[in-house]
Design a protein. Structure first.
Length: 336
């Protein structure tokens, strides 16, 4: 994937920009020119001495606005929203000189949690002000970037059905329950051909999950990642899994024992190709579903994204540095 076009070399004179998604999390349904946490954000920025331009943008415009900021020389672009918003902004920053800031305002905030970023506005802005950054990996499929994971099969179907019901006026959680019932009744397995370094397999599976680095399958932090800088994809499938067996898998997941499931096939790899008999497949990328032409060529992009992180982030001596503090234009030596 080509790096975003940059009109000129980024410089510290260009102030940071903070993009608030007008339709993310608590902002859903608010007027486009307002945001329920805007006052808290402005207060936190002032308290930490961060001079950033705050822009409220519609979800489908966030990535384009981030690309524009990079082309104008912005060195810090902050994404205010859920994982989908953060992923959209990250896609515009990959392989550029700009750094991603994270203001977690979504429902789940997986990326922020895996980086140890506080989930409150004041704490997250404090991380931006401290100026510590590290290089993290991103995943990519057919040129599309994801920061958490990508999947096909059950989950994209669930998202499609949920959004369909939300468009009919249902509340999000009501739409989710109705969508889950619909997907469960029409339980299907996707037929794919999986190409890895170990060979080629033709399987029928209810899902294929591709994580950006390894996901934990045991314990209280099941579904989280200990590291996001190991340069690996975590591929999980469940060949031949029936609807009844899926219930047992979900039960194991609830008690934090997913790795004990017999039907779950997992592997760590640098790249994987997934072919199918259909020309395009619905693919979820960080919770957003899009149709992607087949075959699906997944690969890891090690260290392709710079992110503001807490000073004690586990990237440690390899990745953790003190960068220029947002807004003051002063270069600081690396602290390792």
């Amino acid at each position: 994937m080509a790096a975003p076009a940059v009109a000129r070399t980024p410089n510290a004179a260009t102030p940071p920009i903070l993009l608030l998604n007008a339709s993310s999390g608590a902002a859903a349904g608010a007027a486009e020119a307002s945001h329920p946490v805007l006052a808290d954000v402005q207060k936190a920025l002032e308290a930490h001495g961060v001079q950033a331009a705050v822009v409220i943008e519609r979800g489908d415009r966030v990535a384009a606005r981030a690309r524009r900021a990079v082309s104008e020389g912005c060195r810090l672009v902050v994404a205010g929203g859920g994982d989908g918003t953060i992923s959209a902004v990250a896609s515009a920053l990959v392989d550029s000189d700009a750094t991603l800031g994270v203001l977690p305002l979504g429902t789940l905030n997986h990326f922020a949690k895996d980086l140890g970023i506080p989930l409150d506005v004041a704490g997250a802005v404090g991380v931006l002000a401290a100026g510590h950054t590290c290089a993290v990996d991103v995943g990519e499929v057919n040129g599309r970037v994801f920061i958490n994971n990508s999947s096909l099969g059950l989950y994209p179907s669930l998202v499609y059905q949920r959004e369909k019901r939300q468009a009919q006026g249902r509340r999000k959680w009501v739409a989710f329950v109705l969508a889950l019932a619909r997907v469960w009744r029409a339980y299907r397995r996707v037929r794919v051909i999986v190409h890895t370094e170990d060979g080629i397999r033709m399987i029928r599976t209810p899902f294929v999950f591709v994580g950006n680095n390894e996901y934990q399958l045991e314990g209280v932090r099941i579904g989280a990642r200990a590291r996001v800088d190991q340069g690996r994809l975590h591929v999980s499938m469940a060949p031949g899994l029936s609807r009844g067996q899926l219930l047992r898998v979900l039960g194991r997941a609830l008690v934090g024992r997913l790795s004990a499931v017999d039907h779950l096939d997992t592997l760590l790899t640098d790249e994987v190709t997934i072919a199918a008999w259909r020309r395009r497949l619905p693919v979820a990328l960080d919770g957003e579903v899009t149709l992607v032409p087949t075959p699906l060529r997944y690969r890891t992009r090690p260290g392709a994204l710079r992110v503001c992180v807490p000073a004690d982030h586990p990237a440690g001596p390899r990745g953790l540095v003190a960068n220029d503090r947002p807004g003051d234009g002063v270069e600081r030596p690396a602290r390792v």
